[in-house]
Design a protein around this ligand. Structure first.
Ligand SMILES: [Zn+2]
Length: 283
């Protein structure tokens, strides 16, 4: 049966007599993936540096960081607002796993720390309440200040909204990249103007890189704010040398977020460009 729908679908087909563009779509998708992959390739090195930095501290330094962090929670009144600290026992100290999607496991390995913006049940059924800060019992002790920054953000309407945009933002970024690879630019037909929907379609494709970056920008901003809050507190509570380590840890972690955002944006941009070049060669 021929396509009966009007507008967008029909004009796409009309404008693309060569409908067999699956190969070009996949080439655009995987090609842009390669470009993104190249941009994020330093992340494992940076993450390892961050983790090693967090696992090479003396017992005395760890103790000072923990006490300073606990003092900061009280100083900011966050303890009264339901923020609790949980030091998870480290079963695999020193085990570096960059791609570990089990957050509890990665914390127990000393590879991560987090603030929970909602209740969380781990694999064993243990429930961690909203606004818990989960830390490895020894490693990454400087990271408590940054997680407290997220907890403070959570209590602020604006920053809390940005926290809520994290998952939808990354989902949107991935969708824009796919959209660019799996659709084509709509040319203006001779007998009429483009419809609003067709114009919107072209706008998304023409601005895929910028829109992708915009989708993850709330997370970049929220991460930066958590680090700014962390640094202010660390400067007040810790001596200069230890406050500098908080700064260094935050800078390393932030670099991974920034590289990830740039890689997604460049990936979306390339998906559209590769697809358009391949389709123009097919004509
Ligand atoms: Zn963070």
């Amino acid at each position: 049966m021929p396509v009966q729908s009007v507008g967008y679908t029909q004009s796409r087909i009309q404008n693309n007599p060569n409908k067999n563009d699956g190969g070009a779509s996949l080439a655009a998708y995987y090609g842009s993936g390669l470009v993104s992959g190249a941009i994020v390739s330093p992340i494992p090195i940076i993450s390892s540096k961050f983790i090693k930095m967090g696992s090479n501290l003396s017992e005395e330094t760890i103790d000072t960081f923990h006490k300073g962090f606990e003092q900061a929670v009280k100083m900011t009144g966050m303890d009264k607002k339901g923020v609790t600290i949980h030091y998870l026992p480290q079963t695999n100290r020193g085990k570096v796993q960059i791609l570990n999607f089990d957050i509890i496991d990665s914390i127990k390995n000393g590879n991560n720390a987090c603030h929970l913006s909602k209740d969380f049940t781990d694999a064993t059924g243990k429930i961690f309440k909203k606004n818990s800060i989960l830390m490895p019992e020894k490693d990454l002790s400087f990271a408590g200040f940054h997680e407290l920054g997220h907890a403070i953000n959570n209590k602020n309407f604006f920053w809390n909204c940005l926290q809520k945009l994290r998952v939808p933002g990354y989902t949107m970024a991935g969708l824009i990249m796919m959209y660019g690879a799996f659709t084509n630019k709509i040319e203006k037909p001779q007998n009429r103007e483009l419809t609003k929907l067709e114009k919107a379609h072209n706008f998304v494709r023409d601005n895929a890189g910028k829109l992708t970056f915009a989708a993850v920008l709330p997370t970049l901003a929220e991460e930066a704010m958590a680090s700014i809050r962390a640094q202010k507190l660390a400067n007040k509570i810790l001596d200069k040398n230890l406050a500098k380590q908080v700064l260094k840890g935050n800078a390393l972690a932030y670099t991974t977020y920034a590289l990830g955002a740039v890689s997604l944006a460049v990936g979306s941009y390339c998906a559209v460009k590769i697809k358009d070049i391949m389709m123009s060669k097919k004509k």
